[in-house]
Design a protein around this ligand. Structure first.
Ligand code: GDP
Length: 217
């Protein structure tokens, strides 16, 4: 059985390309719920373990270097970062704080959990989350915990493999098949898994289309 995604509609891909080529601007960082922007635009959130390639992917999607910055101190950035897209405003990208850093103190993990859970549960404009997974590592228990949080908050989400250029096509097929098999056991997970490479551009047009599709549904 092929694990390739069915190709998205070319019109959707083109509309998504245009949207992501348009204006993108950092709006704000929210270290707590009281700092969230007004819930007046559809949001799509990006989550993943620290170092999964989240900043690189946000930069590749928007074709801007340095839009999303990597923290040099994993576990210290406990903020949701909001980026406005489109003129007129169409969508907000939400960069969620990375998780799963080995040496994080317990209170940091706890703070992450509260912030993310509160956001996920209370945000009607949140249309979809994209949970990024390193192609070389596949799903880890911390990712599964986040998938459970999303299932429980009834936030629809999609698993996205990153750094696909770092492994061979056969290994990528295997990790994609394993990831799809797990996704299908989770009620809020999309049954397909996209593979992307910020470095080589693979899967980026399809991911843009997946974002546009999420806010159009
Ligand atoms: P973040 O902590 O999730 O924001 O991760 P970064 O975007 O900072 O990426 C972590 C490391 O992985 C950096 O050294 C990136 O250059 C590298 N990286 C990210 N995406 C890719 C990719 O698609 N291909 C390759 N080869 N390296 C990548």
């Amino acid at each position: 059985m092929s694990t390739e995604d069915t190709a998205p509609d070319p019109d959707l891909v083109e509309a998504a390309r245009k949207l992501f080529a348009g204006p993108v601007a950092f709006l704000k960082s929210a270290p707590g719920l009281q700092f969230l922007p007004p819930a007046d635009v559809p949001e799509v959130a990006f989550a993943g373990r620290s170092n999964v390639g989240k900043s690189s992917l946000l930069n590749a999607l928007t074709n801007r270097n340095g839009l999303a910055r990597t923290s040099n101190t994993p576990g210290r950035t406990q903020e949701l970062n909001f980026f406005d897209m489109g003129d007129p405003l169409r969508l907000r990208l939400v960069d969620m704080p990375g998780y799963g850093f080995a040496e994080a103190p317990k209170d940091v993990v706890k703070k992450w959990r509260f912030l993310v859970n509160d956001y996920l549960r209370g945000r009607a404009v949140l249309k979809r989350a994209l949970v990024l997974v390193d192609s070389r590592h596949g799903l880890k228990d911390v990712d599964r915990e986040v998938m459970d949080m999303l299932d429980q908050a009834a936030v629809s989400y999609r698993l996205v493999l990153t750094k696909s250029d770092k492994i061979k096509a056969t290994a990528l097929d295997a990790v994609r098949a394993a990831t799809i098999a797990e996704a299908r056991k989770h009620p809020a997970a999309h049954p397909e898994v996209l593979a992307t490479s910020s470095e080589k551009g693979g899967g980026i047009p399809e991911l843009r289309a997946a974002v546009l599709e999420a806010i159009s549904a």
